[in-house]
Design a protein around this ligand. Structure first.
Ligand code: ADP
Length: 550
């Protein structure tokens, strides 16, 4: 029996306010009304008991052995046993249940009735039931019973914290599993309503470490990284130190445009081609831009690229989105254009606003080649001295390792955008700290790391080229208190008033600069054969923190 399944309830217009109907009981299955059945068994039990006692006394008086039974006595014994079993089954479980209910101090009347028809061993109970006010207790029970949908708690209660608290308790009771350790308090649940997360029951804590200063384009940044991977922050920090000692890194923004590609269908490939030619005709671009840009004062259509598969057309729109990561913005613009196109191409059948040629949150060559979000390249030149003193390796060792691992090794593995050592590690950690969409780590981590010996082989030129870093400093999780604090630390919190888009572009540059630092450090550790040693030091918990510093 699946205890998570809620008992089916007919939908009722008054379900939010009416009292919960009683849950079905085993007695519902009886052919006669309950009081009549109970009455019959009671009467039977006491009358046969009386009869047997009477017979027993007579036998003792007349010295007849007790085990010698007549037919009527045998029938009486069987009736006694049957009625006893019935009465024990009916009242016994309720009796035991009432004890459990009392000792729990938890289960309300509705629940006790419900439990009476279910074996006690499978009734889920929270491990440490809290003492809740009566009104909350009632709502929890109604959520557990399915009378109040869990998702509607915020709107019903008008209090997001209370909604999360009740949902959490209902969850524990439904699953019979504790979520102790998942914090509930200390979080602004109003801030995520309708924007970041539905049906919250708490929040996960991820430690934030700081790597830096990262010297990038002449400015210093302290980079917040949210991670539970030991070594990561320390390693990135070491890379930052090497970059700093070498005069810093330089990052260039190559392109900035978010994409969305709907799929539309025609009755023939010829008609699909006609729309392709229409969309790619420079003469139509201005009209399409005006229609597209109505979606937001920050959305500016940049280009349209089409791909055909038979009579299906995939239209990849690209637009600038200011400081927003831009998925909502670009989708609204695309919808405007599709509505407009219906006038020119009434036979166009819009199959989906996203046809995966966009391509969002999936590894895809189109992002690797064409770019998505911010396309950047970041470089630094490290002296052989720095490589030796800080990174504990040599320029030729790094260059060779990069060629055989990041380039050849990845080619052999059939990598798509994965020509790097661990860009995803740094991207994810900065994404989590700054409120980015972590799923976009997929394409945002596309990176090719290049290393070359320069200045007569004495120094190292390193670069990371990242064509699709998808970041924003407004919208989504960026407005939450912790994430916003991390953006503030980088000086890119919210929308840039002077130059819309510059905050998100700077954030992309910081991501690339941090990846550069991370690549340097990890590659050096591998080149020097230190990888396992350093992981043993930072990934294996040691209560003696003085040992970590050694
Ligand atoms: P996304 O498109 O990344 O999903 P949202 O639509 O959630 O982002 O957030 C963008 C919102 O922020 C839009 O309503 C936009 O008008 C507003 N906004 C304010 N300032 C800016 C800015 N500088 N750049 C982009 N959007 C901005």
């Amino acid at each position: 029996m699946d205890m998570r399944r809620r008992p089916p309830k007919p939908p009722s217009p008054h379900s939010a306010t009416s009292k919960s109907p009683a849950a079905p009981r085993a007695s519902d299955a009886l052919p006669l009304p309950l009081f009549l059945t109970n009455g019959i068994f009671f009467t039977l039990f006491f009358s046969v008991a009386y009869f047997l006692l009477h017979r027993w006394r007579e036998k003792i008086r007349s010295s007849v052995p007790l085990h010698v039974l007549t037919l009527s006595e045998l029938a009486a014994v069987l009736s006694l046993i049957a009625s006893f079993i019935y009465l024990l089954g009916f009242f016994g479980i309720d009796f035991v249940q009432s004890f459990i209910s009392k000792s729990d101090g938890e289960i309300d009347e509705d629940r006790a009735i419900h439990c009476s028809s279910i074996p006690d061993s499978i009734i889920p109970k929270p491990e440490n039931p809290p003492n809740l006010p009566e009104d909350e207790e009632e709502i929890i029970n109604r959520v557990v019973s399915g009378e109040i949908p869990s998702y509607s708690l915020e709107s019903k209660l008008g209090d997001c914290f209370k909604a999360a608290k009740i949902r959490r308790e209902a969850l524990q009771r439904q699953t019979g599993r504790s979520v102790e350790g998942l914090p509930l308090e200390g979080f602004d649940y109003e801030a995520i309503l309708g924007q970041c997360c539905e049906m919250p029951v708490g929040y996960v804590q991820i430690p934030v470490g700081i790597a830096g200063p990262l010297l990038l384009n002449g400015r210093e940044y302290s980079v917040p990284m949210a991670t539970t991977e030991g070594c990561l922050v320390a390693s990135t920090n070491r890379g930052c130190k090497a970059i700093y000692a070498s005069g810093g890194a330089v990052c260039v923004l190559l392109r900035d445009g978010m994409t969305r590609a709907p799929v539309v269908r025609f009755s023939s490939a010829k008609r699909a081609s006609e729309l392709k030619f229409f969309l790619e005709d420079p003469l139509n671009f201005d009209t399409l831009s005006v229609v597209f840009n109505k979606s937001s004062r920050f959305a500016r259509l940049q280009d349209i690229k089409c791909a055909i598969a038979g009579k299906n057309l995939y239209i990849r729109f690209r637009c600038s989105t200011g400081d927003a990561m831009g998925m909502n913005m670009v989708s609204k613009g695309v919808q405007n254009v599709l509505d407009y196109l219906h006038n020119e191409f009434p036979d166009m059948d819009v199959i989906g606003i996203s046809g995966n040629f966009c391509s969002d949150k999936k590894p895809a060559a189109v992002n690797w080649i064409e770019g998505r979000g911010k396309s950047v390249v970041c470089e630094a030149v490290l002296s052989g001295d720095v490589v030796a003193k800080i990174l504990k390796t040599t320029v030729p060792a790094l260059v060779e390792l990069n060629m055989l691992k990041n380039l050849t090794g990845s080619a052999i593995a059939g990598a798509l955008g994965g020509f790097n050592a661990h860009a995803a590690n740094i991207v994810s950690a900065v994404f989590l700290a700054t409120g980015q969409d972590p799923a976009q780590n997929v394409e945002s981590s596309h990176c090719i790391t290049m290393m070359e010996a320069v200045n007569d082989g004495k120094d190292l030129h390193i670069s990371v080229t990242m064509p699709s870093i998808e970041v924003g400093t407004v919208g989504g999780g960026t407005q939450l208190a912790s994430q916003s604090a991390c953006l503030n630390l980088l000086g890119v919190k919210g929308a840039s008033k002077e130059s819309p888009g510059s905050n998100s572009q700077l954030l992309a540059a910081v991501v690339a600069g941090s990846v550069l630092a991370g690549e340097l450090s990890l590659m050096s550790a591998i080149a020097a054969g230190q990888l396992v040693k350093s992981h043993m030091k930072y990934n294996r918990s040691s209560r003696d923190i003085t040992r970590l510093g050694s």
